[in-house]
Design a protein around this ligand. Structure first.
Ligand SMILES: [Zn+2]
Length: 161
C-alpha cells in the first residue's frame, strides 16, 4: 500500500462529494476502502459529518468545511491546469454551496432581523434569502452564457470574409 494510493483515495473521497465518480473510480475506491482502514476511517468521518449536517442543519462542522473547501480549491487548481473551464465552474459551485450551507442559518436570521426592523413584508426578505442562495448558480450560468455567446462571434470574422 503506497502513499500515492492513500492520496488518490483521499482525493476520490472528496471528488465523490463535489462532482461524482466514474464507475472505474468508484470500483477502485471501494476496493481500496475494503483493504485500508485509514482511508475507510476518513471516508466514514466525511460521510458522518455530511449526515449530521443534513439532519441537524445548523451546526456545521468547521473542520469539515475547511477540509472540503481546501479539497475543492486543490481540485479546482488541478482542473484549471488541464480540463475545460466548465469543470472548474462546477468545482467552484461546489465550494460556494458548501460555504452557502455553512452560512445559511446566519443569513436567514440576519435577513429576518433586518426585514422586521425595516418593516418589510416577510415575502421581501424571504425572496432575498432565495436570491442569495441562487446567486452562485446564477453567476456560473451567466458566465457559461457569455462564453457560449462568445463562440459564434469569435468564429464569424474568420469565416465571413
Ligand atoms: Zn488508504
Amino acid at each position: 500500500m503506497t502513499n500515492e494510493m492513500h492520496d488518490r483515495a483521499e482525493s476520490l473521497i472528496a471528488k465523490e462529494r463535489v462532482e461524482g465518480l466514474s464507475t472505474a473510480e468508484q470500483d477502485w475506491l471501494a476496493q481500496h476502502l475494503r483493504e485500508c482502514a485509514r482511508c475507510a476511517d476518513s471516508a466514514n468521518a466525511t460521510a458522518k459529518a455530511l449526515r449530521s449536517l443534513r439532519t441537524v442543519g445548523i451546526t456545521f462542522p468547521r473542520e469539515l468545511a475547511r477540509r472540503t473547501q481546501f479539497r475543492v480549491r486543490l481540485r479546482a487548481r488541478e482542473l484549471q491546469a488541464r480540463e475545460p473551464r466548465w469543470r472548474l465552474l462546477w468545482a467552484m459551485c461546489g465550494a460556494s454551496w458548501v460555504a452557502g450551507a455553512a452560512t445559511a442559518p446566519y443569513v436567514w436570521r440576519g435577513l429576518a432581523w433586518a426585514g422586521h426592523h425595516l418593516g418589510l413584508p416577510d415575502m421581501v426578505w424571504k425572496l432575498g434569502f432565495g436570491l442569495w442562495w441562487a446567486l452562485p448558480a446564477m453567476v456560473a450560468g451567466a458566465i457559461l452564457l457569455v462564453e457560449n455567446a462568445g463562440l459564434p462571434v469569435r468564429r464569424n470574422p474568420g469565416g465571413a470574409a
